[in-house]
Design a protein around this ligand. Structure first.
Ligand SMILES: Cc1ncc(COP(=O)(O)O)c(C=O)c1O
Length: 438
């Protein structure tokens, strides 16, 4: 197909620019479960874009709500002014959050939600008089976006390396244990004891210096790593014991991915702060949020003198009216179509069975899944060069879009997925995997 535009100027994120520009994969249209390449090839979207298009592509209601909002109020400053749609959206959002998390701080992305959550945790500790609590604890292989706070608590080496000394942090071990938990369906049995490391880290640094712990309930970008049964509950207990704020980064796990509004609900563990983005608008327009416990909000707000700004933080586009309109329309779709619970029902079961039907292919060393998120990990190739990206390209050539990380292929389809789509994803991966040497 003849190239219509130049690919020179766009410095692409998390992409091998030279490689991509030599052999681009251009998507110019999408609808429902499908994207369409510039030459018209239909591609089954097995990753909901970047874990975000939960309601499926091209939802007209969302676009219509946004257009109506632009005509009514395109923008108004969120500093010292408000608009009804921002307050309406916040109230609606907290009807989905776990009990007690009834305050919303708006951002524009997951990375900004993480920065905001870390700063809220620090502000809370200061407001409580815990003036020495500044240290943050993350986890190996964790991904919390790309800003300085997020890469400090994050645990993916290439994202941190070369960006300076970063914030004072420490990290828990990741919970991937293929030797003991390979091919677990749902949460793995072994490894809850890894949570005890938190107790050790807090002892090591001193409880009076640790402010917050942040984990993804299921690590996404690190390779879809699930929490062993009981692990998150133990983190909760240890944080409560030492007055450490527990943050769940639910940028991926929120909004139906696990068959509930949040992982917190699916796993029955309530953190102090939740970060959200992506599915909050089904990926249609950038929007992020931090959900905070009422006590955190009250403590920060009431510690400032009457009439003074209580929290010196916010964005030009916090609670942007057009993004809020998109979010409200998205929530309408989720509720009307029962999408938030769908992954915990028959379709989630079918997805699990489909993925695990690949178990006996020799090149596959692990399959992990929960709700409508899954991963297939391949054996490390002899030459040590990760194979995931090669598999991604082969899937693309066969009409299926997946995500790769190292030797792992991740799947997180739109929640509208049907059985026939799962069959196509599984067949495609099966054919490709059988060609890969063990
Ligand atoms: C768990 C988690 N946190 C934060 C982010 C960053 O979100 P964004 O890319 O919107 O900044 C991501 C993105 O994938 C994520 O998966």
């Amino acid at each position: 197909m003849e190239k219509k535009v130049s690919y020179d100027a766009f410095w692409m994120p998390f992409t091998a620019n030279r490689n991509f520009k030599a052999d681009p994969r251009i998507i110019n249209r999408a609808e429902g479960m499908y994207c369409y390449s510039d030459n018209g090839t239909q591609l089954l979207d097995a990753t909901a874009g970047l874990w975000c298009v939960n309601a499926g592509h091209g939802r007209k209601e969302i676009g219509e709500a946004m257009a109506k909002q632009v005509a009514e109020l395109d923008y108004s400053s969120p500093f010292n002014f408000g608009h009804d749609i921002g307050f309406e959206f916040a109230e609606r959002l907290v009807s989905f959050t776990p009990p007690g998390l009834n305050k919303v701080f708006f951002t524009n992305s997951g990375s900004e939600a993480v920065e905001s959550a870390l700063k809220i945790a620090l502000a809370y500790q200061q407001a409580k008089g815990n003036t020495g609590k500044f240290k943050l604890i993350g986890r190996e292989l964790g991904y919390h976006g790309v800003n300085f706070g997020g890469i400090s608590v994050g645990g993916l080496t290439p994202n941190r390396k070369g960006f300076g000394p970063l914030l004072p942090t420490d990290h828990l071990s990741h919970t991937l244990d293929i030797a003991n938990n390979a091919f677990s369906q749902g949460l793995p049995e072994h490894g809850a004891d890894k949570a005890e490391q938190l107790e050790q880290l807090i002892q090591f640094h001193g409880a009076d210096s640790v402010a917050a712990v942040i984990v993804e309930p299921i690590s996404g970008a690190g390779g879809v790593i699930l929490p062993p049964k009981g692990y998150l509950r133990r983190l909760r207990e240890i944080c409560s014991k030492h007055d450490v704020v527990l943050i769940f980064d639910e940028v991926i796990t929120g909004w139906g991915r696990l068959g509930a509004s949040f992982a917190s609900e699916a796993f029955d563990v309530v953190p102090d702060l939740i970060t959200s983005a992506k599915g909050i608008t089904s990926g249609v327009v950038p929007l992020g949020a931090v959900f905070a416990k009422d006590e955190i909000y009250q403590t920060v707000v009431n510690s400032a003198p009457e009439g003074a700004v209580e929290f010196f933080h916010g964005y030009t586009y916090s609670g942007h009216p057009v993004a809020c309109a998109a979010g409200l329309a998205t929530l309408d779709i989720y509720q009307r179509e029962g999408l938030l619970e769908r992954a915990s029902g028959e379709i989630g079961q079918y997805f699990q069975q489909g993925l695990h039907s690949l178990k006996d292919i020799p090149s596959i060393v692990d399959i992990r899944n929960y709700g409508l998120i899954g991963a297939i990990q391949f054996a490390e190739p002899q030459d040590g060069k990760p194979i995931g990206f090669d598999i991604l390209k082969r899937c693309y050539d066969k009409g299926v879009m997946v995500r790769s990380m190292g030797n792992t292929i991740a799947l997180s389809p739109p929640l509208i997925i049907e059985k026939q789509h799962i069959d196509v994803i599984v067949d495609t991966l099966s054919n490709i995997a059988k060609d890969i040497p063990a």
